[in-house]
Design a protein. Structure first.
Length: 95
């Protein structure tokens, strides 16, 4: 007689635990799945971040002056040049 309600309560608790654990799982926050193919003018790039090692693709996320975030392929020469110039600009503004 008590078996059915007890089984139902256990099932509800198991489902609650499953969904709570799934929602709290930590994963990378910013990953790139597609890369922007055009050259972005360096003057509009404010900052950049590297994607996490946990991401399926290695990428760079540029933040532009209008706060857009753009994924780019770090293998392109223009991306490396842009990173160097942004680093230089940030270094010069901090001294």
């Amino acid at each position: 007689m008590f078996a059915r309600p007890l089984l139902l309560v256990l099932l509800v608790l198991a489902c609650h635990q499953y969904f709570t654990t799934a929602q709290s799982a930590k994963g990378p926050e910013d990953c790139c799945f597609k890369f922007y193919k055009k050259v972005i003018p360096i003057k509009v790039i404010k900052t950049y971040v590297n994607t996490s090692n946990d991401c399926p693709k290695t990428g760079i996320i540029f933040t532009t002056q209008n706060s857009s975030r753009v994924c780019v392929d770090p293998g392109f020469k223009w991306v490396q040049r842009a990173i160097d110039l942004v680093d230089q600009r940030l270094y010069e503004s901090s001294t």
